[in-house]
Ligand binder design. Structure first.
Ligand code: DHB
Ligand code: FE
Length: 280
């Protein structure tokens, strides 16, 4: 049976792609952000995942506002990154794991999650950059992937409670996959940020830190809030924390904190990193 080794949650700001391309990791602006990753790399070397399931939100590359699934799962042999209009370099294609994709799709549909299944899927910065941050030295991502998309772009959005349930069902589905594989969950987005409107530049470090802490011992904490309350507390795009929540919910049993980092600003975003190990 497959075993989930843990989860890594991280922000996915497009400017990170530019910084990587220009080798700015030691630049004073970027260093506090990139310094978060070496302890996570060391943990990855230890747990050596065979597969990574990535929870993220598409920003208009694969799905546009005319067709917006609430939840979508990729079931392709490979996933192409493409020009997203940000001018960041595209990364080589990511290998898929159709066997796990279809197992997850079948299990989630059986558990009453009505998914969109994607046998072709372009992946944007929210998918590609976190994987590049986790495996920076490999020319292409060395671990095959299953993309899971949550709509955090166009209302109506799924509630935190619903995303928690999705994550839990996803974790149970993965654990019932009849393959002897180690699976890593990655959740991308956030943390607090608002890109436009009257509150552009809004961040809320106190809330972000409380949310990050809650994921270790009390992961349902944020489900007390409606999406409108989360947006009020974290900014319009801060709602991307839903992917962090779903990723944590996929972990069975107790977890321990491997490493965390929190830094403001990247672009005008509060960036966070949280790696958690399953204690099983
Ligand atoms: C930006 C874009 C994102 O998708 C995000 O999550 C944070 C910041 C940006 O354009 O700066
Ligand atoms: Fe985003």
């Amino acid at each position: 049976m497959a075993r989930i080794v843990g989860a890594i949650n991280t922000s996915h700001v497009p400017a990170i792609g530019r910084a990587i391309a220009a080798n700015l990791q030691d630049d004073p602006y970027w260093k506090p952000f990139f310094d978060g990753f070496p302890p996570v790399h060391a943990w990855l070397d230890k747990v050596r995942p065979d597969v990574v399931v990535v929870l993220y939100n598409d920003h208009g590359l694969n799905f546009f506002l005319d067709k917006m699934p609430t939840f979508a799962v990729g079931a392709a042999p490979e996933y192409h990154n493409a020009d997203e209009g940000w001018g960041i370099p595209t990364l080589p294609p990511f290998k898929g794991v159709p066997g796990l994709s279809w197992h997850v799709i079948n299990e989630l549909v059986a558990r009453e999650f009505d998914l969109t299944t994607c046998q072709e899927m372009l992946v944007d910065h929210a998918f590609s950059l976190p994987l590049k941050l986790l495996w920076p030295d490999a020319p292409s991502c060395p671990v095959p992937t299953v993309p899971v998309c949550i709509n955090t772009v166009q209302y109506p959005l799924p509630s935190a409670r619903r995303c928690y349930k999705l994550g839990k069902a996803l974790g149970e589905a993965i654990a019932s996959w009849d393959e002897d594989k180690r699976v890593l969950i990655v959740g991308t987005g956030g943390l607090s940020h608002q890109l436009d409107g009257e509150r552009a530049g809004f961040v809320n470090p106190a809330f972000d830190k409380a949310f990050m802490d809650s994921l270790i011992d009390n992961p349902e904490w944020v489900t007390q809030y409606s999406n409108e309350e989360i947006v009020e507390k974290t900014g319009t795009q801060g709602i991307e924390l839903l992917m962090w929540l779903a990723a944590r919910a996929a972990l069975p049993g107790k977890v321990s904190r491997v490493h965390s980092n929190y830094h403001i600003p990247i672009s005008n975003t509060a960036s966070g990193l949280l790696a958690m190990a399953c204690e099983n």
